[in-house]
Structure formats: C-alpha cells, structure tokens
Design a protein around this ligand. Structure first.
Ligand SMILES: [Zn+2]
Length: 311
C-alpha cells in the first residue's frame, strides 16, 4: 500500500475515534505551603468531561504525598500520580476516599498497593455496590474513559474523633452517618485551615442529593464551624463563604420551603416558582434542582407523617 493511501486510511480512522474528554489542566494549584488541589470540571459526569469532575486534594508531607479522592477511573489516577511525582518530586503514599460515589473512588484502581482510608460505611457501601456504580459511570462517560478500571476497596478505616497522622501530617476526622451520602468522611488539616470534605460543599453548582438527608447535611455543615476552616476542598473549592456557606443557604432554603409547602398542603411544582435565589445561576440548576426537590420532599413528608418535623 502506498504511503499516501496509508496516511489517508489513518486519517479516516482518527476521524472515526470518539472525541477525547475535555482536558482539565493537569497542574497542581497551591492553596497553602504544603496543600494543593487538582481542579476538575464543575459539573456532573458526562461523555465530554470523561468523569473528571472531582477536585482532588493533595497534602505534601516530608517524604510522601496524601491524595484525597483520586478521581473517576484508572487513567485519572495514573495521571494524578504522574503529575504529583513530576511537580512535587515525591511519591503518593496514601489515598483517602471521602464517600462511596463512583467519581470519587474508582481512581483507587491506580493505587491498589497503597493504604486507602475511608469510613467503615464507605467501605461497606463500596463492597455492596461498586460493581453497579462502575457500570453506571461507564454508561455516563463511556467505556474508553473507564478502561482498565477495577474496584479497589479501602483497606484502612477512619472514625469520628480520630486524630490521625498520614504522610507525617496530622488531621482531625469527622464522619457523618447520613449527610451528602452515608458515611461522609471529612479531614481537617489545622496548620493550613484546609478542610477536605468531599461532597459536603459545592461552589456555584447545585448539590447532588440523590441519597442525602437534608437535615443531616445541614447538621454536618454546622459541625464544621467547630473547626477554624479557611478553605474547603471537595465538590467545590474555595473559602468558607464561597462553598460551605452557600451550600448551607441552598439546603436551608430548600428544607424550609418544602416544609412550608407540606404544612400548607401545597405541592412540589410550586417550589419551582417560589425558589428564587443565586442558585438559579448555578451549574446543574435545570436538571439537578427538580430532583433535589423530589428527594427532600420525600424525606420531610415522611418526618411530617411521623410527627418529627421541627415546629
Ligand atoms: Zn457525592
């Protein structure tokens, strides 16, 4: 075959390949002397973003690095390891999974040889359903992005009240039985004031509540006030005002609006028109917010029937 012909077929083949996910700059952004973040897309997983929607927290110790939420698949985990080693000149020595949502934990596939920390509930949930989560995420982002991704369970357990040293850095630990998910883990690093809180705070994006408890989540955000937090790293990254406070405002307004409607004998549809606020401009408002209304309605109507709604 002539070179020209081969080049032509090659260009056709390249044309037929699925489009690669939008690249996120694989550059660490420094938040404090020893704390970095690898930024991700501020949206839900889809074929365009390749599931790269989780901001990964990075803590540099003296001889190694701890990463919090290593991303959605094996190639995200491997790319993370490469970036950390080339920029910080140290290996990753430990991984934290904040909660059992697939885009946060399936990057474990690249770190099976390391200590992987999580709450007992997260480990249990991953054991029960990660196979299903893997299939669900593959449907959303495509088999190409998820190639070589296998399930690797956490092998170390953290509990509320623990004070742990990982990668020679000390962290305070809280675990919430039911907030954004079941068994959300949060790590606070007191020297920098950085809180690694997984799905517990967003920034200019509608929170995902598919298995949340709105009151449990509000309580978790209240408990964070016990720590002198300066920055939050998780679903959103930013100051307390930009992340935890705005997430609290959305959840509190949603809860109070739903309670008001339930008590008045109203219905879910009216919440779409009454629920005005800055969140109307946030990412995911059209798609995620109506699902949140249904979810919170279901939770609070059950409390109401049982006489457990606050007055
Ligand atoms: Zn989540």
């Amino acid at each position: 075959m002539s070179l020209k012909r081969r080049a032509f077929i090659g260009s056709l083949a390249a044309f037929a390949l699925p489009l690669s996910p939008q690249p996120v700059p694989l550059r660490l952004r420094q938040l404090a002397s020893h704390i970095y973040v690898l930024d991700a897309h501020n949206e839900e997983p889809n074929a365009d973003n390749g599931g790269l929607v989780v901001n990964t927290g990075i803590v540099a110790g003296s001889h190694g690095v701890l990463v919090v939420d290593p991303g959605a698949h094996a190639s995200a985990g491997r790319a993370l390891a490469k970036t950390v080693e080339s920029e910080l000149k140290m290996p990753i020595v430990g991984v934290v999974n904040t909660h059992a949502h697939p885009e946060h934990v399936l990057g474990n596939a690249a770190f099976a040889h390391l200590p992987i920390y999580a709450s007992a509930q997260t480990r249990q949930l991953m054991r029960q359903r990660c196979q299903m989560c893997l299939q669900a995420l593959t449907r959303l982002v495509g088999a190409q992005a998820m190639r070589q991704t296998r399930i690797v369970l956490p092998n170390r357990t953290l509990a509320s009240g623990d004070s742990v040293a990982i990668a020679r850095q000390r962290f305070a630990v809280k675990v919430f039985a039911h907030a954004h998910s079941h068994g959300d883990l949060a790590l606070f690093e007191p020297r920098s004031g950085v809180l690694f809180g997984g799905g517990l705070a967003y920034r200019e994006r509608i929170p995902e509540m598919q298995e949340a408890s709105v009151y449990g989540w509000l309580d978790a955000l209240r408990q964070f006030k016990e720590w002198p937090v300066r920055q939050f790293v998780g679903a959103g990254v930013g100051t307390v005002e930009q992340t935890m406070d705005t997430t609290h405002q959305y959840l509190a307004k949603l809860a109070s609006t739903v309670v008001d409607q339930i008590k008045r004998g109203g219905d879910m549809n009216s919440i779409a028109t009454e629920f005005t606020g800055p969140w109307q401009q946030w990412s995911g408002y059209a798609k995620r917010h109506p699902l949140n209304v249904q979810r919170v309605w279901q939770e609070l109507e059950t409390l109401w029937w049982n006489g457990q709604l606050p007055p």
